[in-house]
Design a protein around this ligand. Sequence first.
Ligand code: NDP
Length: 328
Amino acid sequence: MSDSFKALVARKDDSHSCDYETLTLDDLDVGDVTVSVDYSTLNFKDGLAITGAAPIAQRQPLILGIDYSGTVIESQHTGFNVGDRVVMNGYGASEYLHGGYAERARVSGDLLVKLPDSISNAQAMAIGTAGYTAMLSVMALQNNGPAPGDGPILVTGAAGGVGSVAISLLADLGYEVVASTGRMSEAEFLKSLGAADTLDRAGLSERGKPLQKEQWAGVVDCVGSHTLANAIAQTRYDGVVTACGLAQGADLPATVMPFILRNVRLQGVDSVQAPMARRLTAWSRLADELDMQKLEALSFDLPFSEVLSRAPDILAGKTRGRAVVDLS
Ligand code: NDP
């Protein structure tokens, strides 16, 4: 490759703009590891950043892409050698650090995770931030939460990236999973991932009573707003609800009643600033526990040239599973 490469760059002059540009290594961030980026992906947050629907990019010009996998081509960091396969997600990529929508990246090695041998660079981005967040959600749910056999686990935003990987992980751990989706046409797909049953998300989308019939031993919520409020109101005594997303909205129109009368616990899940030890556990568990055949079934290839035009689709909830963007 010559010194120049293609990147998807956001700029903000009078208004937000985003387009493909040709950059050189000198345009990258300062850092002790240079990576030849092999794959990136399209997450909900990427959709927000590309379209400017939310102010994700905190500096400009900025290479977008909240995550990437690749191979180290230069390193002054003691933890990394040329040829190491790495994954980067969160830690400000696409916010205040250049992200993964470019053929090259330079970053502090302190922010990189070495990929387990059993996860290829393409699989790492089929998993991506969404799949890694799904694992963080499962870990949060399992932390003094329900065990398999204690009752059903509700997964909301089921056909999306986080939801679909969470279904696969939970089902393979032996949990009975109920998938809430707005796309009942995807019911068979969700069952193929391990969902025992599916629910039309419409039943959770409107304002509901503060306490409802106890149903769920646990919840993995990707949606927020009324959906999360209703899920909390339907959680059984001692149940655990994890909240990672805001696909319906960032509000939480709930009451304290499920917390003070049913001992329900609400646990937030953040992937961006998650400490390194938790990241390493998550990636190691993904290597051991994620069914790679299911991962293949829930992922699809998205050409780099189409990332810009397909970004609105993910915000409109039209993307099923995980998009893998090949930059190699
Ligand atoms: P996706 O777009 O792939 O999935 C979101 C899913 O939510 C959609 O597929 C859809 O599922 C459902 N949905 C969309 N709009 C609505 C709506 N108006 N009401 C109810 N449900 C809706 O996104 P990801 O899976 O990548 O991310 C899911 C959420 O998690 C996002 O909000 C994202 O920002 C957040 N996130 C947070 C992270 C963190 O660190 N906390 C990290 C990663 C993601 P269906 O069609 O099945 O109904």
